[in-house]
Design a protein around this ligand. Structure first.
Ligand SMILES: C[S@@+](CC[C@H](N)C(=O)[O-])C[C@H]1O[C@@H](n2cnc3c(N)ncnc32)[C@H](O)[C@@H]1O
Length: 276
């Protein structure tokens, strides 16, 4: 029987409890570190403060990255890969740390969003990409080359991925498109493998992992987003997987917890159309 485990906790704390080399694929979408005073963006065509949430304001981002990345590397299997997404606010730190921690850097995937939000300021180019570092502990890692080729219409897949930002399914401000997660999980894991997402957010990785018959371990520090992820993963159809959630370190049955909650609060409000 396959399993889904969702933790409402700090990822560092939970990662330290996971067995060494037990994970086949890690997808991490850590805080971007782009929120703060004086940062502006556009929302529904108007200027708005760029504040993704308090979780996105980190004093020492390099130390934060080194701590969670070191633990992820400890739990990653020798044939597994780690995929870390981010923008220019964080990817230099991640790249330096991958080298420092002795990983083999396989690819830098450029995710291009043709429909990215326009920029109001006139002193720079409009950001329309995110970078996804792909790395492993050895040169013998799992990579489904043939499937990647098949997904790309029979042609060798390149590291420039054009995938539009999708209308968000939840109120989480930085929800990733399911199309992106589907591609990563298909290329980098097999059915029955275990996928870990230490910054689960709205649960995109978990919902896609469940759909594709992978075991999943997700960790999310915010109770609000944890609830959203729990609901989203729960409604994703697949009866073959057990679903357990951990609140304050205690194991609970997800379905029973959800029965007690007001499900309506997880559905996206129509007015909010945020696209990262
Ligand atoms: C960029 S978002 C991830 C979005 C996610 N990929 C999705 O599709 O919804 C980062 C998430 O990490 C969470 N987070 C921040 N620090 C954390 C920590 N130390 N442990 C666990 N989660 C954390 C935030 O609450 C936020 O939801």
């Amino acid at each position: 029987m396959k399993n889904i485990q969702l933790f409402n906790d700090d990822c560092l704390k939970v990662l330290r409890t996971l067995p060494e080399k037990s994970i086949d694929l890690i997808f991490a979408d850590p805080p971007y570190n782009l929120s703060g005073e004086g940062f502006l963006t556009t929302k529904n065509g108007k200027v708005a403060k760029l504040h993704k949430g308090d979780w996105d304001v980190i004093t020492d981002i390099h130390k934060f990255n080194e701590d969670w990345m070191s633990e992820c590397i400890r739990v990653l299997s020798d044939t597994g890969t780690i995929w870390i997404s981010g923008t220019l606010h964080n990817h230099p730190s991640v790249g330096v740390l991958l080298k420092k921690l002795g990983l083999w850097i396989i690819n830098d995937v450029i995710w291009f969003k043709r429909n990215a939000t326009p920029l109001l300021s006139t002193n720079r180019l409009a950001p329309s990409t995110e970078l996804i570092w792909v790395a492993s502990k050895s040169k013998k890692y799992f990579f489904n080359y043939d499937l990647a080729k098949q997904i790309n219409g029979g042609k060798q897949m390149k590291n420039l991925w054009e995938i539009n930002a999708e209308r968000h399914k939840t109120i989480h401000p930085t929800e990733k498109p399911e199309t992106l997660m589907q591609r990563i999980i298909l290329i980098a894991s097999k059915e029955g493998d275990t996928v870990l997402d230490p910054f689960t957010g709205s649960g995109t990785t978990g919902a896609v992992a469940k759909k594709l018959n992978r075991n999943f371990i997700g960790i999310e520090i915010s109770k609000e987003y944890f609830d959203i992820a729990m609901h989203r993963i729960n409604i994703q159809e697949n009866d073959e997987l057990n679903f357990n959630v951990y609140l304050n370190g205690n194991n609970n049955n997800a379905q029973q917890l959800l029965l007690m909650e007001d499900k309506a609060k997880y559905t996206k409000k129509k007015k909010e159309k945020a696209i990262i």
